[in-house]
Write a protein that binds this ligand. Structure first.
Ligand SMILES: C[S@@+](CC[C@H](N)C(=O)[O-])C[C@H]1O[C@@H](n2cnc3c(N)ncnc32)[C@H](O)[C@@H]1O
Length: 488
């Protein structure tokens, strides 16, 4: 069976990863979705270390890993390039399971001391730390030494306070802080087990653990059983438009990549890590795309404290909470977070504003007990979901969407201001990491701003259409009145 394994979804805790399982039909998928994709081309100057790496992997695995790929460097760091003509549908690399470095490789003595709360990413990070400690004595040395060193990873986890300020506008800011806290907790949980093995971990610091953890998180694949580093395959960089992914063939005990397009020698080969917005790429992988089709923005709506119906609304939302929060991501119904993806034109196809967000705005805008009771009755009579249909009172429907529009307009102003000040930062700070991270921050904020603008345009259009409809029906009614008066 083939399992295509990507990495992470946004709402997933690093410490409990879900699995993304593809069926064997994945192979047909590649053949049927060929396209002429221009990937980044770069010279592939291999160092001696890179030239030694493949022969080492071949010797360790006992098989040819790839006859059409070579290791080189591009602006994305270590990369794989076509060393021969590749056609869409060709198998370009096969890495046997025997040379995957997995969380199962953890020493049983250490494993037995770890509680079930310790996730597979941490387990594999411990394996990496041990192999690093062994140095050249490690049977994985050629691989381990090829991995990025401290200071070469750019996940927001490693950003300084000043750097994090650049993305304060985005939810990634809070997520980074919360992930850091989770990492600290994870480290405290497993440190007593590490202390039992001073020969390996005497000098291991929290920073070493975080480095190993993010190394794994940014380049390993997860399966139902374990998290695995797949040497050589993990030199492939990401292209959001690529259809090629890492496949796992359980029968043949190999992981494999099938080209989704033709490549000429020297062209960089890219795969897809998954359909991830920049907010995921920046935190989990430490990079962003300058234009990311998958971008999204997380917004928060808070119920005002002074609303006299607040408690009743709270009670109602609680009662109907499961359906209400399906596409929102908070357990506190009065501080709900919602994910908005790009909203296309109000008449065109594409994602709309999340129904749960519109429902929440409708509930916030009701200001009589009767209106709330009507909403509840409608929910009971339909699918149990509260305020999912347009309000019968059109003015109130407009008001609820204007509330959303004003929230989004404020956010747009804030994003605009942050982006402007980020652009000004260029003249003052020119440091290597800072310049790179500033660009990542700009990509993140610009993508989120684009989504907000698309939502604002949709809401504006919706409110105007409803207002026009109301005006037209008023006009019709008043014309009718005039006719009736004339008739009388
Ligand atoms: C699986 S590794 C790929 C190999 C990596 N370039 C290396 O030097 O080892 C994933 C890392 O590659 C980099 N990367 C992958 N795709 C990228 C892209 N499209 N733009 C920028 N960096 C990318 C990021 O640093 C990411 O964390």
């Amino acid at each position: 069976m083939l399992l295509g394994l990507g990495f992470l979804t946004k709402n997933v805790n690093w410490f409990q990863r879900p699995l993304r399982v593809f069926s064997s039909s994945s192979l047909h998928y590649f053949h049927n979705n060929l396209k002429n994709n221009s990937s980044t081309s770069s010279s592939s100057s291999s160092s001696q270390c890179d030239r030694d790496f493949l022969p080492w992997l071949r010797a360790k695995s006992g098989v040819e890993i790839s006859s059409v790929l070579s290791i080189g460097n591009s602006i994305y760091g270590r990369s794989l390039f076509a060393s021969d003509f590749i056609q869409a549908g060709d198998s370009i690399l096969k890495v046997p399971f025997s040379v995957h470095l997995t969380s199962d490789n953890i020493l049983p003595e250490i494993n037995s001391l770890l509680s079930n709360d310790v996730g597979n990413v941490s387990r594999l990070a411990i394996v990496v730390l041990i192999e690093q400690r062994k140095g050249q004595a490690s049977e994985w040395a050629p691989y381990i030494t090829s991995l990025p060193q401290t200071g070469e990873l750019h996940s927001t986890i490693f950003w300084s306070k000043e750097e994090l300020e650049m993305i304060k506008q985005s939810s990634v800011y809070e997520e980074t802080i919360s992930h850091k806290a989770q990492l600290e907790k994870e480290y405290l949980t497993l440190r007593p087990a590490l202390d039992e093995f001073p020969n390996f971990f005497k000098d291991t610091t929290f920073e070493d653990f975080v480095h190993a953890f993010i190394l794994v998180a940014s380049r390993a694949w997860g399966s139902s059983k374990a998290v695995s580093l797949v040497p050589f395959a993990d030199f492939l960089n990401h292209d959001g438009d690529s259809e090629a992914v890492l496949l796992i063939d359980e029968d043949k005990q190999i992981s494999e990549v099938i080209a989704d397009q033709d490549y000429t020698p020297g062209k960089q080969v890219l795969i897809s890590y998954g359909k991830y917005p920049n907010s995921t790429l920046i935190l989990d992988f430490g990079f962003t795309l300058s234009y990311n089709n998958c971008d999204q923005v997380q917004i928060q709506m808070i119920s005002p404290q002074h609303d006299p119906l607040r408690n009743l609304k709270l009670e109602l939302v609680h009662k109907h909470s499961a359906p209400l929060v399906t596409d929102s991501i908070s357990i506190d119904p009065f501080q709900n977070s919602f994910i908005i993806k790009e909203v296309r034109s109000s008449r065109g196809k594409g994602k709309g504003i999340p129904q749960s967000l519109r429902a929440f705005a409708r509930i916030l805008c009701t200001d009589t007990f009767e209106e709330l009771k009507d909403l509840e009755l409608e929910a009971v009579q339909t699918d149990g979901r509260l305020a999912r249909r347009p309000l019968k009172n059109i003015s109130r429907e407009i008001q609820s969407h204007q509330l959303l529009l004003s929230l989004i307009t404020h956010l747009i102003q804030d994003y605009d201001a942050s982006i402007k000040s980020l652009k000004l930062l260029r003249s003052h700070c020119t440091g290597g990491n800072f310049a790179l991270r500033r660009q990542m921050a700009l990509d993140l904020l610009s993508g989120e701003l684009r989504i907000l603008r698309s939502a604002s345009a949709w809401l504006d259009n919706y409110c105007s259409s409803l207002s026009n409809e109301t005006a037209a029906s008023h006009y019709k009614l008043s014309s009718l009145d005039c006719c009736l008066e004339a008739f009388e």
